[in-house]
Ligand binder design. Structure first.
Ligand SMILES: Nc1nc(=O)c2c([nH]1)NC[C@@H]1CN(c3ccc(C(=O)N[C@@H](CCC(=O)O)C(=O)O)cc3)C=[N+]21
Length: 288
């Protein structure tokens, strides 16, 4: 079994991203990324802290906008409007989930699609499925970057995605389809999941249930990508896949932590740099 070591891939890719940032800075452009975080959800705070660390290491202008759990929808919408018009911010995200008083859909729709670095707005989702998108949702894109790094061929392979969320399951299915895999999306109402999952050459698991996937879901030699971020009975971070149970059956598997998480951040950084590069082109272009 070979580990899909997202942490190592992330470090390897940081080098070329660092060079792109340096070249932007020579043009007096600093990639600007903002994150709106609401409340004190422990996990969200950890993810945001990791994003901040990586963004600052790459030399971004990083802004964290942190609100109390009780913030109103109007306050968030006003901040979004401000960021939409802030020339120093290339992209921003609103960390999900949001508290009940805030309509998530309304918030996502308020983000200028050109700055929607998560790729969650309807226009970016549409472009993603057309196969013509600049901005791809970070977790999905990070998974593809990781598979590419390890030369996992996708064309004609059976790919099964378990989970159909807008932030992971659907976008990863779109990207696997774009790579000419035969894609099945399974979910909570899927019948006989073990038989469907065990047809997968590439199995992506994004369900949010600790160690749910054991060896009866796995085809011998499968490549398994574990998107889960859960805590086990001892409070230890674990994925949706029972790593110990499947490790001798798979050919490759991503661990949790150190797999998809770091790659998600890499893709978010990459996407922010792409948006900053577009800003540089616009500015240089207008100078003629
Ligand atoms: N609008 C929005 N965009 C997101 O991209 C988004 C979001 N909301 N809400 C929550 C999820 C989750 N997510 C992660 C990012 C980094 C790690 C990460 O860094 N994981 C590390 C360590 C985590 C730890 O130590 O707890 C690892 O897997 O090795 C995990 C999960 C982004 N998300």
């Amino acid at each position: 079994m070979k580990l899909l070591d997202g942490k190592a891939v992330a470090s390897a890719l940081d080098e070329s991203m660092g060079k792109r940032v340096a070249s932007l800075k020579e043009q007096n452009i600093t990639p600007g990324l903002a994150v709106i975080l609401v409340g004190n959800n422990g996990a969200s705070s950890v993810y945001v802290r990791n994003k901040k660390r990586r963004a600052e290491k790459l030399g971004f202008n990083f802004q964290l906008i942190h609100y109390e759990e009780t913030v109103t929808e109007t306050e968030i919408l006003n901040k979004i409007d401000e960021l939409n018009h802030d020339d120093n911010i290339d992209g921003f995200i609103v960390q999900l989930p949001l508290p009940d008083q805030i309509d998530e859909e309304k918030v996502i729709q308020a983000i200028d699609p050109k700055k929607d670095v998560d790729g969650f707005s309807p226009i970016n989702v549409g472009n993603l499925w057309i196969g013509d998108s600049t901005i791809k949702p970070a977790t999905a894109d990070g998974i593809i970057k990781m598979l590419d790094y390890y030369n996992v061929r996708l064309k004609g392979k059976n790919a099964v995605v378990i989970g159909r969320s807008n932030i992971v399951g659907k976008p990863v299915a779109a990207l696997l389809l774009e790579r000419n895999a035969t894609v099945t999306i399974a979910h909570i109402f899927t019948k006989d999941l073990p038989s469907i999952a065990s047809r997968a050459d590439v199995l992506v698991v994004a369900i949010g249930d600790p160690k749910f996937i054991d060896s009866k879901y796995i085809k011998e030699g499968a490549v398994v990508v574990d998107v889960g971020m859960n805590h086990d009975e001892n409070g230890k971070l674990c994925g949706d896949v029972d790593f110990e149970d499947v490790k001798d059956k798979v050919s490759m598997i991503s661990p949790v932590p150190g797999g998809v998480g770091p790659m998600t951040i890499t893709s978010l950084m990459d996407m922010t740099i792409v948006l900053a590069e577009e800003r540089a082109k616009r500015i240089n272009g207008s100078k003629g």
